[in-house]
Design a protein around this ligand. Sequence first.
Ligand code: COA
Length: 701
Amino acid sequence: MSEPVTLRTVGDIAILTIDNPPVNALSRQVVEGLVAQLERFMSDESAIGLVVCAAGRTFVAGGDIADFERPDFSARPLNDCLLRLEASERPVVAAVHGTTLGGGLELAMACHHRIADAETRFGLPEIKLGLIPGSHGTQRLPRLVGLEAAADMIASGRMVGSQEAMSLGLIDSVAPRDGLIDAAMDAVRALAGKTPRRAALLPVASAAPDALAQLESKAARAADPAPAAALAALVAARDLPFADGIDVEASQFHNLVVSPESRAQRYMFFAERDAARIPGLGAEVVPRPISSVGVLGVGTMGAGIALAAALAGFPVTLVEVDQPALDRGLQNVRNAIAAMVKRGRLDQAAAAECEGRMTGQVGLESLGEVDLVIEAVFEDMNLKCEIAQQLGRICKPGAIIATNTSTLDVNVIAGRTGRAQDVIGTHFFSPAHVMKLLEIVRGDDTAPEVLRGVMDFARRIGKTVVVSGVCYGFIGNRMAEVYMRESEAMQLEGAAPGEIDGVAEAPDRWGMAMGPSRMLDMAGVDVGARTVIEWIKSGDGPQDPAYRILCREMFEAGLHGQKTGQGYYRYEGRKALPNPAIQSLAARLAQTHGIARDKAPDADEMFERLLFPMVNEAARILEEGIAYRGSDIDVVWANGYGFPRWRGGPLFMADEIGLNTVVDRMDHYAERTGNAQGYWDVAPLLRRLAAEGGRLSDWKN
Ligand code: COA
């Protein structure tokens, strides 16, 4: 293997280059190389200064995240090296490009001068991994850009472009990409012989007395300890000399590296990237090209999908069956764009460009020329099949036909097109232009090129992708079904929706963004109930008269959630209040179905009954080969259902609790309830892994 860090001399200037593809992460070998080459530079006085740069697509994008798992991991060797670099009497200039992140930016800040190209982006994204910068970033950044801007960058992890970096004082100049090294060498010559400007020696500028106020309130609210650690480090930067500040940072960083919250988020980082790897789908599979998109059915979902594609630069044809439906659909899209402009997520020019990429048409025939058709009509099997038949005839050869569904059998729909190899399922989450997750449903006959094509498309529209096989509800909704089942069963047994949601939402126990009842009220009780009713009718769903009877009855009674002002909660505006109508409905249904209400579940039971059956269902999903790996399931829940990333997803969380405990408690409920419907049957994979000491989140098919 070639050396990851090299030192060469051009004229009288030394050039240190880091070359560790793909993103020049600071692995142990790179740090060792840095230390060694810096020593060479220091011990050879012939060069007048040093340029630090990197080869390939980016400057250093951070520490090597995988290294943090090593028990002997220490930031010390890198940090000592940065101190030594900064102490150099000869000028050290960083020439950076690409994404200069984390340890990469910390390395650049230890240099005396920074030059970037116009496209370079800078950030300290450690907070997204439950960490803080651990190589003096919390101490040098406020000295370079001021306390307020540093707190913003560290607490949000957001990237800033070159222009903003210039105005903040983070970098000193911008040069063309192909002239970056020359510009850095010129800077070395200009700075030679002068006292180097060392960030560590600058005072911390703090314009406002409450510069840390926002971070303080974030830290107070966060369940994850990282914001509080960032605050402590920045307070140290404000109040202490650099040499003491870096000690505070080091101890805060160390605590976080070994914290369960950060471990979970590091796991999630790799899980999201693994999800894009499909067994058997090698690099030889050429994606079907997609450069134009058609969306059929412009309701809320269709409008969101069309917008997601148009925002990413695709020309989109929006199709409805008649003009009034099309007008309503286009209005949906315009409203969504206006909302983005209002929130500052899109400027007027970009909004106009995005709108310009969309064309409305009446009738399916206008979809004949697009590369990808996404059918997003109402969730009704007969309707979808009828449309599939027409699309099979209308779409050009080689076009991909995607059916957007949250539960329906993609194989059946594919069969109706007469070209099942071109068909794939998509399960977007609403609002589709906002939500990160896309479940892609691979039909039995979906061609590998079609799968690849849609995965590429999904990446280009900014989605995190998980591929699922065909089954009721795919990965996410299939698990959500058992979660909702237990939530409703416990309500019949006397627990209030607010109590159950409270357990799911409590950060010290779980930390879901929304508990089950709040989630269904928002998504629409009618939407959920209709699916359940159809499922039961089809004969595939549980033939248990009490099965999700609460939501089915709520549907009949017109209690459809937020949109009707009444669901599991009663709404005053957006405020959710207890709904006495639900309590009495639950009591009446309990009586009808012979369910006792004298011993309502306590908080421990609520927690176990929500989480464990869901984990058990995930084990079945793995056994059946519906998901490729356990971590894919966690990606679905973290990106589509508000599962806290700092818990790593339901499987990672269950692994941390211990699969033995999960199995024991499932057996306990089976015994206590009599398990007439088999709800507490433990999946063989779960029982086996529990016995072997294995982990569900590590499981791979
Ligand atoms: N440590 C280890 N591996 C890293 C890494 C890091 N800091 N950053 C990226 N990688 C790996 C990814 O796992 C991926 O590997 P794979 O191809 O085997 O899946 C590869 O580099 C490319 O990353 P990916 O995210 O797929 O590419 P991208 O072009 O979409 O994004 C970055 C590039 C650098 C913007 C993005 O990877 C990123 O944000 N990385 C993390 C940066 C960070 O948090 N740094 C601070 C660490 S403390």
